[in-house]
Write a protein that binds this ligand. Structure first.
Ligand SMILES: Nc1ncnc2c1ncn2[C@@H]1O[C@H](COP(=O)(O)OP(=O)(O)OP(=O)(O)O)[C@@H](O)[C@H]1O
Ligand SMILES: [Mg+2]
Length: 352
């Protein structure tokens, strides 16, 4: 099994109490259908890749116990749920089942649940070693209604001797201020390409995936700092084509091919506006949405090797066009208008 070949995926901890992954432990672990995101979910805080500051703070908590109430906030697929689960396992070990209450957006978390289930759990007596507390994990807490969050306020204080709360969310501003003030905020950010690469290579080796470096590069590009997306794209490409190269990745991920978009930018920069327009038309006719096209365009421009002042102007114009598209004006005209703007920017920048 892959798990034995690398230390970072060592001995899976007892499965989380509520989630469906409980069925994925030992018996069915040989099944090749397990999503790799679950199969390679780190079980120890120290195995979580990236966000060094956040992870080291959690490691200190795992070592010393006495967990404060925490909010983990950051973009999807960066390791928030993973870190909380790993932390709870490390703190509570065999007591995990009875000392952890895990609720996520798929559970009912209205005001009644806070009043009954969470309060009952907080009142429950569980014998733990000194310095350890029961933990309530509220995953995807930004989807809790503010009424339910309000109802949490006093509960968090009254039972703080025995029970601590760990909240995970994408946008911390959706957590009401009084809860924020009771918690230590741990921020996660998108993972760097290097961090994703290091994790991907471990999985690639464990699963014996045949690849060329450009294929892995393409996966990292499409993932845009989201580890879950990277692993899912890797698995999708592997199960679809059995070989990871650039072409297969972009077929599976169904994003505009960056090379194509890069050509478009080059054409603008070198004054071939008509070619740039026909490149855009081709992409549009392939059925990519304006949002897909403009997101890729933005990332290409960000990494394009060009004069900085020009790059900043290009990014500004792209940002404005993106805003209009988000407002609902997602027409081809918007996109070709953007190309014209970029060409104009380049002309005026050249003039003096
Ligand atoms: N920092 C990381 N290190 C290693 N693996 C990671 C990391 N982040 C994500 N993963 C992988 O991606 C999967 C999903 O991660 P996780 O559930 O922790 O994301 P999340 O931050 O909670 O996202 P969401 O905001 O969507 O809930 C994990 O099972 C794991 O395989
Ligand atoms: Mg999560």
């Amino acid at each position: 099994m892959a798990t034995s070949s690398t230390p970072s995926f060592s001995s899976p901890a007892p499965p989380p109490s509520s989630s469906s992954s409980s069925s994925s432990s030992s018996a069915s672990a040989n099944n090749y259908d397990i999503p790799w995101v679950e199969k390679y979910r780190p079980t120890r805080v120290s195995d979580v890749v990236g966000n060094a500051d956040a992870v080291s703070r959690l490691q200190v908590i795992a070592r010393d116990g006495n967990m404060p109430n925490v909010i983990l906030s950051g973009p999807p697929g960066t390791g928030k749920t993973t870190s909380i689960l790993a932390l709870a396992h490390e703190l509570l070990g065999p007591n995990y089942r009875e000392a952890v209450l895990e609720l996520n957006a798929s559970d009912d978390r209205g005001i009644d649940v806070v009043r009954n289930k969470i309060k009952m759990f907080a009142q429950k007596k569980v014998t733990l070693s000194p310095g350890r507390h029961k933990i309530v994990i509220l995953d995807e807490a930004d989807s809790m209604t503010s009424g339910a969050q309000q109802a949490l306020r006093r509960t968090m204080e009254i039972y703080s001797n025995t029970t601590r709360f760990a909240l995970a969310c994408n946008t911390s501003s959706k957590i009401i201020e009084p809860i924020q003030s009771r918690c230590a905020l741990v921020r996660f950010s998108r993972l760097s390409d290097q961090e994703i690469l290091s994790r991907l290579m471990i999985v690639v080796a464990a699963e014996k995936v045949p690849y060329v470096p450009e294929g892995i590069e393409a996966i990292i590009f499409t993932a845009d700092g989201d580890m879950r997306q990277a692993l899912n794209n890797l698995q999708a490409t592997f199960s679809g084509f059995r070989f990871v190269n650039q072409e297969n990745v972009f077929k599976v991920c169904d994003q505009p091919h960056p090379l194509h978009v890069k050509n478009m930018v080059r054409n603008v920069l070198e004054g071939r506006f008509d070619d740039a327009c026909s490149g855009l038309k081709q992409l549009y006719d392939l059925g990519y949405s304006p949002t897909d096209i403009i997101t890729t365009l933005f990332r290409i421009i960000k990494n394009y090797d060009m004069a900085e002042y020009l790059k900043l102007e290009f990014l500004k114009e792209t940002g404005f066009a993106h805003m209009r598209i988000c407002d609902g004006v997602g027409s081809f005209l918007q996109l070709s208008g953007l190309l014209a703007k970029l060409a104009l920017v380049r002309e005026t920048a050249k003039a003096p």
